[in-house]
Design a protein around this ligand. Structure first.
Ligand code: TRP
Length: 336
């Protein structure tokens, strides 16, 4: 079966209440754009979030927050299939088969696992964290995704997906589409405001460096105004020598749509204060309606849950078809 439009699948973890600007500019915004040209499947990966201990009420709330923010950002449930991973049982079912296809050493070489488990120590590292990449491979292969938009940090997991899809096809005959990584653009890379050489992320050293989308806009403006720059005064893009200013220019350019050279001209002779003030305004203008749209979805959890259940129903049709073919290929008896 050939899809008219290339298929895209991506996932985002419900790790905390608010998305930050790095999530939005780095990933979510591009997900929204892909709806125009692709058949899109977007998944809130709550099963992945469970690889580290989570309070149940918090996980449930974070899952709704993630979905509400995706919708507020412009994911359109009429065009995209938006769903929650745990509501489509086929993910866990295919993950088992993917795990049986993966070498232990191969899984042990995943750098994200090595880093995280080294930080947490063996005793507080779950087996789920070890098998995390195989669940991600299952997410991707179930939907026969042609392209998988992810950040650079997920490249190795994508490589694993391709290897395992090829291995399965080789062993059992053509079954899976080999997914292409769609590594999100460098311009979508947003850095910490306080430590502009490290990516903006929840694990950053200080909350002052992260723009949380659901924060009070005033607090956000304050964070932008106290962003680290350098001792020079010239507003110029130079990621190596001026990482702080370059990061602010990237955020401005991505939100305002103004090319960076034009911004450099606009701020010539004006200094960093002017850049920060204007950027704070642009960000505030963007987050204000975003926050109220998110709140509207959160105010009606029953409606939100129903919307997600419809998404899961749509996803399950595709996932069940793939899984049935896989079960047949590996030699399981048909249940019917
Ligand atoms: N591991 C991804 C991340 O942390 C999230 C993810 C889970 C994902 N399943 C996926 C991304 C499938 C793309 C496709 O960013």
């Amino acid at each position: 079966m050939v899809n008219a439009r290339p298929r895209v699948l991506s996932g985002i973890q419900p790790t905390s209440g608010s998305f930050h600007l790095g999530n939005y500019l780095g990933a979510v915004r591009q997900w929204v754009g892909l709806q125009e040209t692709h058949d899109t499947f977007y998944c809130v990966v709550d099963q992945h979030a469970l690889t580290v201990p989570k309070d149940p009420a918090e996980l449930r709330s974070n899952t709704r927050f993630a979905a509400a923010q995706l919708l507020a950002a412009g994911v359109d449930p009429e065009r995209a299939t938006l769903f929650v991973q745990s509501q489509v049982a086929e993910h866990a079912q295919l993950a088992w088969i993917v795990e049986c296809l993966t070498g232990f050493g191969e899984a042990a070489r995943m750098t994200q696992f090595k880093d995280k488990s080294a930080k947490q120590g063996a005793d507080s590292t779950s087996v789920g964290l070890f098998t995390y990449p195989m669940l991600m491979v299952a997410d991707i292969l179930l939907y026969e995704a042609d392209e998988v938009p992810v950040g650079e940090d997920q490249r190795q997991h994508l490589e694993l997906s391709r290897n395992l899809a090829e291995r399965f096809n080789h062993r059992y005959g053509p079954t899976f589409v080999i997914p292409e990584p769609h590594i999100l653009k460098e311009t979508g890379r947003i850095y910490d405001l306080q430590e502009p050489t490290v990516k903006m992320s929840k694990s950053a050293s200080s909350p002052k460096g992260i723009v949380e989308l659901l924060d009070e806009p005033k607090a956000t403006a304050k964070k932008i105004k106290s962003a680290v720059t350098d001792t020079d005064t010239v507003v110029r893009f130079d990621a190596d020598k001026k990482p702080g200013v370059s990061n602010l220019l990237t955020i401005h350019s991505t939100l305002s749509g103004t090319p960076i050279p034009q911004l450099e001209e606009h701020f010539a002779g004006k200094g960093y204060g002017a850049l920060k003030t204007e950027l704070a305004e642009i960000v505030t203008e963007w987050v204000t309606p975003f926050r109220s749209r998110t709140q509207e979805y959160l105010d009606d959890p029953a409606e939100l849950d129903a919307l997600l259940a419809r998404g899961a129903d749509k996803a399950r049709v595709v996932a069940a078809d793939t899984l049935a073919r896989v079960y047949e290929k590996v030699g399981f008896l048909t249940a019917r």
